[in-house]
Design a binder for this molecule. Structure first.
Ligand code: SF4
Length: 254
């Protein structure tokens, strides 16, 4: 629930905190490190979410629902792009469908905001949203993260979810995804991993995604090269920046 430096959004909103590691893209999870810091600062919501092992903080598997934060977007009068659950995964199996329904209610009551929900569990997203009482909201964008070609099937799951905008975050990109099918995907974000243990991103893998986007008519957003000093590495690709955003009016329900 705060302003953020993430390039493709305006604010974060965290009705849930805590997660479990799922695949290679989770290894250096930013939320996991941040949760440990927030716990050390005494923030109640983050207590018990991580523990130290081998000098690093790891999720314990505890998931904290924070009903108090549900009303926060209703207090923001100015329209914002809101990244939902930057500190968790809304479709983690331990987040009850009833709670997700409450999140949906807030998004429905605040059409001035655009909500961006990113999950590594689009299979559960598909299962929950198909229950019939989750309306397709024009101000809600649904996305999944794909770090390499071992998890390309997440894109197929996402494609089957009705949404105004469907998007993929290829971040941290740690392998080629040349076989990705972006049909009916409206937006692709690409980024390298940052921080002390960041893994390499080959520029060729980025070019491959841009080519697939051009073919599929998918908006292409290049977020960053990443690395140990992400500011120095910057976010230019082939001499320019790419900040394309999807257009709901063109792609709604497409
Ligand atoms: S799914 Fe997201 S929040 Fe959960 S461990 Fe993986 S990267 Fe972190």
């Amino acid at each position: 629930m705060a302003e953020t430096s993430i390039e493709w959004t305006d604010a974060t909103w965290n009705p849930v905190a805590g997660c479990t590691i799922l695949t290679a893209g989770c290894t250096n999870c930013y939320a996991m490190r941040m949760a440990a810091r927030l716990e050390a600062m005494g923030q109640e919501k983050y207590q018990g979410l991580t523990r130290k092992t081998g000098g690093r903080s790891k999720w314990t598997g505890k998931i904290t629902l924070d009903p108090k934060s549900l009303s926060v977007p209703e207090t923001w009068s100015k329209p914002r792009k809101v990244f939902v659950n930057s500190m968790s995964d809304l479709f983690h199996s331990d987040v009850p469908a009833d709670f997700i329904r409450e999140v949906w209610g807030v998004m429905q009551r605040t059409p001035r905001h655009t909500y961006q929900i990113l999950t590594k569990r689009p299979d559960r997203m598909m299962e929950v949203l198909s229950r019939g009482d989750f309306p397709v909201l024009p101000n809600v964008w649904l996305g999944t993260s794909v770090e390499d070609d071992r998890v390309l099937s997440r894109i197929d799951d996402l494609r089957n979810v009705p949404a105004a905008i469907r998007f993929i975050s290829f971040e941290p990109l740690i392998g080629s995804v040349a076989g990705a099918n972006l049909d009916r995907v409206h937006w692709a974000i690409v980024g390298g991993e940052s921080g002390p243990n960041s893994r390499y991103m080959d520029p060729l893998w980025v070019d491959e995604i841009e080519t697939i986007c051009r073919r599929a008519g998918t908006a292409f957003f290049f977020k960053q090269w990443g690395g140990r000093n992400k500011k120095a590495a910057g976010r230019e690709l082939n001499g320019r920046t790419y900040d394309e955003m999807p257009t709901a009016s063109v792609h709604t329900f497409g």
